[in-house]
Structures are given as structure tokens and as C-alpha cells.
Design a protein around this ligand. Structure first.
Ligand code: UD1
Length: 446
């Protein structure tokens, strides 16, 4: 199994191209099931999760073809054409769904297009129980009959789905997306209340509208969808990954560096920019994306505020649905706080088991105490992370793994991150992007 070795302590300097958003690409791929016409998706990231979703689509009968290499080589910005002339299978098998929870996003499109679906329950997952009850209850409001059979969600809507008002009891990105896709082909109007407002949900809604759907209220918490007879093809570019961009912003900050995030979209990163601003890390829009600079105000660094001290200040954060601070950046922010000046209180409100990076960060010399959903992080003080030391570490989910890479970039000595397949699920060419800015980071292939 591959590992990543990092020798820390080098400030990052340079430019990093931001890939298409994984969490936007996955529902967009699932949306291709809604029509027999071709859907062309541009700016797809090259990631293990994307491969899992295309594998699932292929076994539903989707024909896939690929084009578009990134000019500099590699796979960035790849273009895929997907066409599902006929749904040859309406079953999403356990073997694929268990690998990736987002597979459940085929449920809404399958049911909407052909009135039946059999989708494995995603089951437990490293960051909590993550049920799908809101997906199921929402589809029932649209007239679906659903039962659970042997670990599978068996859904039927023989006469098609119908209009209705779905009020989500809690904000769920996946449930909003599943319902949004299902609603496009319903008979009548569907209203989704307390819908997730994440930019990835808006990206899906915009693509569905490009395919002929009638969705209003995009970006808000109430979505109105007028069902249509059929959707058609479209040509759509996936939005840039705000979580990837912010992860690299934190990489710049944790090393006291200066990095331009090419393609990053500031409007989708306001909570993160505000939080990092309070921490003395400036994110400012540029023509090409966003520039990250740190330690500019009263930092502990050298004359230019960089290099020998990151000047990052501790701040409290609490995760929340968009436009709040994303849970997908909680681990990375915690890594930053381990080297900041002061004490930070980090509260996780979305998932109940999302502090798996804590024991590993402790092994690297961090000072963190967890009580329930809150972690108290005492920073090692604006000295370029000299308080952390390298160690062999391992994490059990994507964002936890990347937080260990970030800690490794700041730590003295060598850090080896095991179980790199978690990183490959969500970060395209991570080691290339970081080493391009001067990090000493190498993939060790066994
Ligand atoms: C998506 C993202 C994930 C992110 C999460 C929260 C994708 C592919 N993944 O996951 O990276 O961390 O949003 O921003 O986009 N819940 C229920 N019942 C349900 C559905 C969800 O109780 O039917 C709960 C979950 O357990 C969790 C919370 O609601 O506690 C939010 O989950 P949700 O927004 O649905 O996350 P995902 O769509 O799975």
C-alpha cells in the first residue's frame, strides 16, 4: 500500500491549480442517469471516488468516454461524455456502494427515470453512522414505495414520482441532491424546504437546468422544482473544489508560505476566508483565483512576515452547514491550530465521530484535549510549527488523512502518512501539487 513521506519545515511558495470539486462531480455524474442523451462533464478531477462512481454508472448501462488531458500533463480537467441510452440495471450492488457512500445518489435518478431502484444501504462509515433516512422519507413524499430488504433500499414508483413538499428535518447535502434529481421528472411541483445550500448543490441544480429541468431558488434553502417530461443532454463544467483550495491555503499558512490558488472561487469560500483572516492568514482574490499570505499582521516571522514564523493566531471554530464553516475542513484547521499562537476551541456539529486525526496529531507533539464534540487545541506558538515533530501516522478518512499531511509539512523531521488511498479518494496529485511549491513530499510505492 502506498505511503507519503514528508520532510517538514519548508515554507510553500508558488501556485497550485485547483481541481474540479469531488463533491460536485459525484452528483453530476449520477445526474447523467436521468436522460438518454449525452451529458458532457468538464473539469472532472482524477480521483478514486470518481472512478468508483463511473464504475457504478457503467453497470447501470452508462456508456462513458474520456477526453481532454491537462496541457501540463496529468489528468486535470478531464472531460467525460456519459450516455445512458437504456438503464440496463437498476441495482446498485453492495460491493460498490460500501466503498463510497455517495453511490446512494443513484437512487433518485433511477427511480425518477424508470420507476424502480434497488440500492444497497451504505452502512456504517468511519466518520459516524450516517443514515439515509431523509433520502428515503423525502422520496416517499414524492410517492415512492420504499422497503428495506436484506440491506437494500428497494424503491418503486410505478406511475412515476409526483409533486409534494419535502421538509428536511436537518440539513443534508446528499438528501437534497437525491431529491433534487428525483424531482426533475416528477409530475407537478416539488418544494424542498430546509435544503442544503452548499455550492455543490447549486452546481448540480445549474447543470440540471442546463439539461432542461425547471429549478428555482438555487443557492437558497427552499428549492422549487417543476417536473418535466424528460431531460436532455448538456455540456457542463464542474465547479472548482473549495475544500481542496482551502486545504492548500492551510498548507501555505502552516508553513508560513505564500501560495496562489489558481481557479479557486472566492465566493464559495467566505466562511473559510473569514476564519483564516481572524487567524492572521489573508486570502485575497486575484485575477487567477486567490492568494494566500500569512503572518502579515503582528506575526512572529521575519521582516516580510514569512519564513521563520507563521504568525498564525488561534481561533475558535464550529462546523455548520453552508454558509458556515465546513466539516470537511475541520481536521485541516485543527492541524493549523496545533502550531498557532494561543488556544483554539474546535466544535464538530455535523458528524459524531470526526476527531480521528486527534490521536495521530498527538503523536506528532500536538496538545489537544477532546471532550464530546469539542476539541481544545493549545497551539505550539507562532514559530513555524517547531513544536510538532514528524512521526509515522495513519488515518481512517479522507480529511483526517490530509490534516496529517499538513501537520507533516510543519513538523520537524520526517512524517510518513500510511493508508494513502484515503487521500487518493479526494486529492488529485496531492504530492505533485505540494512539491511544486517547494514541499519535500514523496509517494513511496510498495
Ligand atoms: C456530504 C459530503 C461530505 C460532507 C457532508 C457534510 C459529498 C459526496 N459528501 O456528505 O464530504 O462532509 O456532505 O457537509 O458531497 N444525515 C441523516 N440522515 C440522512 C442523511 C444525513 O441523519 O438521511 C445526517 C448525517 O449523518 C450527518 C448530517 O446529516 O450527520 C449531514 O450529512 P449529509 O449532509 O447528508 O452528508 P453527505 O451528503 O453524506
Amino acid at each position: 500500500m502506498d505511503k507519503i513521506r514528508i520532510r517538514g519545515g519548508r515554507p510553500l511558495e508558488g501556485r497550485i491549480a485547483i481541481s474540479g470539486a469531488k463533491n460536485a462531480a459525484l452528483p453530476l455524474l449520477a445526474a447523467s442517469l436521468l436522460t438518454d442523451q449525452p451529458l458532457v462533464l468538464r473539469n472532472l478531477p482524477h480521483l478514486a471516488d470518481i472512478a468508483t462512481m463511473t464504475h457504478l454508472l457503467a453497470q447501470h448501462g452508462t456508456e462513458l468516454s474520456m477526453a481532454g488531458e491537462h496541457p501540463g500533463g496529468g489528468h486535470m480537467g478531464q472531460v467525460m461524455e456519459l450516455r445512458t441510452r437504456d438503464l440496463t440495471s437498476t441495482e446498485a450492488p453492495y460491493d460498490i456502494v460500501r466503498k463510497m457512500r455517495a453511490s446512494v445518489l443513484v437512487l433518485g435518478p433511477l427511480l425518477a427515470r424508470c420507476g424502480r431502484a434497488r440500492v444497497s444501504l451504505p452502512g456504517g462509515c468511519a466518520i459516524g453512522t450516517r443514515p439515509v433516512d431523509m433520502h428515503i422519507q423525502g422520496l416517499e413524499v414524492l410517492g415512492a414505495e420504499i422497503e428495506l430488504d436484506d440491506g437494500y433500499i428497494v424503491a418503486r414508483a410505478p406511475g412515476g414520482l409526483r409533486g409534494g413538499v419535502v421538509v428536511f428535518p436537518r440539513v443534508s447535502v446528499g438528501a437534497t441532491e437525491n431529491l433534487l434529481m428525483a424531482a426533475t421528472l416528477a409530475k407537478g411541483e416539488v418544494i424542498l424546504e430546509n435544503a442544503a445550500r452548499e455550492p455543490e448543490v447549486a452546481d448540480l441544480a445549474n447543470c440540471l437546468n442546463a439539461m432542461g429541468a425547471k429549478i428555482e431558488g438555487i443557492g437558497g434553502d427552499t428549492l422549487h422544482i417543476q417536473g418535466v417530461e424528460a431531460l436532455h443532454g448538456a455540456d457542463y463544467a464542474v465547479l472548482p473544489d473549495r475544500i481542496e483550495a482551502a486545504t492548500y491555503a492551510i498548507a501555505a499558512a502552516i508553513t508560513g508560505g505564500r501560495v496562489e490558488l489558481i481557479g479557486a472561487r472566492p465566493a464559495t469560500m467566505e466562511a473559510v476566508s473569514a476564519a483564516l483572516g481572524q487567524a492572521n492568514v489573508l486570502l485575497r482574490p486575484t485575477d487567477g483565483g486567490m492568494m494566500v499570505e500569512c503572518g502579515l499582521v503582528g506575526g512572529g516571522g521575519g521582516g516580510d512576515g514569512r519564513g521563520d514564523g507563521n504568525g498564525v493566531k488561534s481561533i475558535d471554530i464550529s462546523t455548520a452547514p453552508y454558509p458556515g464553516f465546513p466539516t470537511d475542513l475541520q481536521a485541516q484547521m485543527m492541524a493549523l491550530m496545533t502550531v498557532a499562537d494561543g488556544a483554539a476551541m474546535i466544535t464538530e456539529t455535523i458528524f459524531e465521530n470526526r476527531f480521528q486525526h486527534v490521536p495521530e496529531l498527538l503523536r506528532m507533539g500536538a496538545d489537544i484535549k477532546v471532550k464530546g464534540a469539542t476539541a481544545m487545541v493549545r497551539g505550539r506558538g507562532g514559530n513555524g510549527g517547531a513544536g510538532l515533530h514528524g512521526a509515522p501516522v495513519m488515518a481512517t478518512d479522507l480529511r483526517a488523512s490530509v490534516s496529517l499531511v499538513l501537520a507533516g509539512l510543519a513538523a520537524s523531521g520526517e512524517t510518513v502518512v500510511n493508508r494513502v488511498y484515503h487521500l487518493d479518494r479526494g486529492y488529485e496529485r496531492l504530492e505533485e501539487k505540494l512539491s511544486g511549491c517547494g514541499a519535500d513530499i514523496t509517494r513511496l510505492t510498495e
